[in-house]
Design a protein around this ligand. Structure first.
Ligand code: NFA
Length: 102
């Protein structure tokens, strides 16, 4: 019997693949020295959170060791990490911010 999936096989092989760009989680890490109110200010300033949201996420980082604070394209994630690390260094706090492919 002739299998008639030749066109399908070709269609699948030649189908234009529209791969979405990967997304990156931006995370804040806990430490023993950065003041809680500084972390809240970072979340408000760079991640557009209101005070209540920022306080809640700060507490999650404090208790669990880290938390995802946003998901972005590679370029935006990189910029967020730089902005947070620069701001922390300017204020001499050891706060760490990292990114990871989702
Ligand atoms: N653990 C810090 C403190 O007790 C607060 C903190 C929260 C630091 C979240 C970093 C991230 N002062």
């Amino acid at each position: 019997d002739d299998e008639d999936d030749g066109d399908v096989a070709l269609a699948l092989k030649t189908r234009p693949k529209t791969k979405r760009p990967p997304l990156y989680k931006v995370m804040l890490l806990n430490d023993d020295y950065t003041p809680m109110e500084f972390v809240v200010a970072v979340l408000e300033r760079f991640f557009s959170m209101n005070h209540a949201q920022a306080f809640e996420i700060m507490l999650t980082v404090h208790k669990k060791g880290l938390a995802v604070v946003g998901v972005f394209s590679h370029e935006i994630a990189e910029t967020k990490v730089m902005q947070v690390m620069d701001f922390a260094q300017q204020h001499q706090h050891p706060l760490q911010c990292t990114m990871e492919k989702e």
